[in-house]
Design a binder for this molecule. Structure first.
Ligand code: CTP
Ligand code: MN
Ligand code: MN
Ligand code: MN
Length: 387
C-alpha cells in the first residue's frame, strides 16, 4: 500500500491570545506578503490593516508550512482577500498586489516618511501630497517641524538601523545605574520585543518600579536629569502620570492608552572599541565637523556612538503585572487580549488594571500568570506572544 500523505490540517483558536506564536515560524513568505498589505492599508488609513495583521498572525502560529489551499481549512481570520493573496503566492511564487505595492511611489515614500520618529501616517500623507518623498525633501522644504520630528530627521539613519540585544543590554546597564543612583531599591525590567526573545528591535523598552508603593512617584524627572547631566540623552519627552485624574468620577479606565509617567527618548550610546582613542581619525573628524551632533560619526566601518530610541515607563508596584503584560506586546497580542477580555469575559483590561463589569470590581494581580487566570486563558510565555 502507498503511504498516505499526512493531512496538514490544523485548527487554531480565533483570538491571538489563545495561541502560541513563536518568533521563528514556517510561513514567512506568506506573512511577509500579508504584512506589506497591512502596511499599505495603514498608509491609506483603512480597515484592511487589522484584517491582514490577523491573517498573518494565524499563519505565524501554524506548526507547518502551508503548501496548498487545503492546509488552510479550519483556520480562523483568513478572509477572501487574504486567501486570494495566499493562493497566488502558492501558485506563482508572488502576489501581483504585493509586488505593485512594493514598487509604488506612494508605498516607498510613505515608508520613508513614517520612518521619521515623530511622523505618523497623517503627516506623512500630507507631505506626500505636497510632493515630498524622502526625509531629505522634508529637511529642505522649509516646513516647521516640532522638536520630535527635528530629532527624527537629525538621527534618521541611526534610528532606522536595528537595535541589537547587546546594545539593549548596554542601555539597560546605563538606565539601571541612573535609576539606582536617584532611588536605591528601584528595579528596571526589559520589556517589548526583546522580552519576547527578538534578536533586534526598533527601540528598547523598560519598566521601572519600586517594591514600596509610592516611592516611584516623581522618579522620571530625576532619572532624566541624571542622564542629561552625563550627555547621554539626545532627545526626551516626559509625560507625567495622569492615571488618577483620568479615572476620577468614572468606574474604570477610559480607554486603552495608558497614563503612566513615561519618557520617549533618544539615547546616545557610546560604542566601545570604536572611540577616538582606538581610531585617531575619529578625533580628527570631530575637529573637522562644526556640528558633531548630527548622526553617529562613522569611522571606516564602525562609529563611536549611535542614536537609539528608548521608552522608559514608571509604574506603581500594585500595577506592575498589568504594565508588564501591556508593554511586552506584541501589539496584536495586546489588542487581542483586550478584545478577548471585553467580548468574552465582560472585563476591561489596560496596562494599569483589570476591571470585571459583572462583579463591578477590579481584580488584583501580582504576576502575569494571575492575569491570564482571571481572563480564563492558558498562560502564554513572552517568547510565544509574537502574534
Ligand atoms: N505600547 C503601549 N503604549 C504606547 C506604546 C507602546 O502600550 N504608547 C506597548 C505596545 O502595545 C507593545 C509594547 O508597548 O505591546 C512595545 O511597543 P513597541 O516598542 O512599539 O514594539 P515592540 O514589540 O517592542 O517591537 P520593536 O522591536 O519594533 O520595538
Ligand atoms: Mn520596542
Ligand atoms: Mn514597533
Ligand atoms: Mn517602544
Amino acid at each position: 500500500a502507498e503511504p498516505r500523505p499526512i493531512a496538514m490540517v490544523t485548527t487554531l483558536n480565533g483570538y491571538a491570545c489563545q495561541r502560541r506564536t513563536p518568533l521563528q515560524h514556517h510561513n514567512a513568505v506568506l506573512t511577509d506578503a500579508l504584512l506589506v498589505l497591512a502596511e499599505k492599508a495603514e498608509f491609506s488609513e483603512n480597515e484592511g490593516r487589522s484584517v491582514a495583521l490577523r491573517a498573518a498572525s494565524v499563519l505565524k502560529a501554524l506548526p507547518h508550512t502551508v503548501i496548498n489551499m487545503e492546509n488552510l481549512q479550519g483556520l480562523p481570520c483568513l478572509g477572501e482577500h487574504s486567501q486570494r493573496v495566499i493562493k497566488e503566492i502558492l501558485e506563482d511564487g508572488k502576489s501581483r498586489e504585493v509586488e505593485a505595492a512594493l514598487h509604488s511611489e506612494q508605498y516607498q515614500a510613505m515608508k520613508a516618511l513614517t520612518g521619521i520618529f515623530g511622523v505618523g501616517v497623517k503627516t506623512a500623507d500630507r507631505w506626500f501630497r505636497e510632493g515630498l518623498r524622502h526625509p531629505s525633501d522634508v529637511a529642505s522644504s522649509g516646513h516647521r517641524l516640532n522638536h520630535t520630528q527635528q530629532a527624527g530627521i537629525q538621527h534618521y539613519d541611526d534610528l532606522n538601523m536595528p537595535v541589537t540585544k547587546a546594545e539593549a543590554d548596554a542601555i539597560g546597564q546605563i538606565v539601571k545605574e541612573a535609576v539606582q543612583a536617584v532611588l536605591p531599591g528601584a528595579e528596571i525590567i526589559l520589556t517589548g520585543g526583546f522580552r519576547r526573545g527578538k534578536p533586534t528591535g526598533h527601540d528598547v523598552d523598560f519598566l521601572i518600579t519600586h517594591p514600596e508603593e509610592g516611592k516611584e512617584e516623581g522618579l522620571m524627572p530625576k532619572v532624566v536629569s541624571w542622564l542629561e547631566a552625563r550627555g547621554l540623552l539626545l532627545y526626551q519627552k516626559t509625560n507625567r502620570n495622569s492615571y488618577l485624574e483620568a479615572t476620577e468620577g468614572s468606574a474604570r479606565p477610559p480607554n486603552n492608552m495608558d497614563r503612566f509617567e513615561r519618557s520617549f527618548s533618544i539615547f546616545r550610546l557610546d560604542m566601545p572599541g570604536a572611540g577616538p582613542e582606538r581610531h585617531p581619525q575619529a578625533a580628527l573628524l570631530e575637529q573637522a565637523q562644526d556640528d558633531s551632533s548630527v548622526g553617529g560619526r562613522r569611522v571606516g566601518e564602525s562609529w563611536d556612538w549611535k542614536a537609539v530610541r528608548v521608552d522608559l515607563v514608571v509604574t506603581p508596584f500594585s500595577q506592575f503585572a498589568f504594565a508588564l503584560l501591556g508593554w511586552t506586546g506584541s501589539q496584536l497580542f495586546e489588542r487581542e487580549l483586550r478584545r478577548w477580555a471585553g467580548q468574552e469575559k465582560h472585563m476591561s483590561l489596560s496596562s494599569h488594571a483589570l476591571y470585571d463589569s459583572k462583579q463591578k470590581r477590579y481584580l488584583r494581580a501580582s504576576c502575569e500568570e494571575e492575569i491570564f487566570a482571571h481572563l480564563g486563558l492558558e498562560f502564554i510565555p513572552p517568547c510565544e506572544r509574537n502574534a
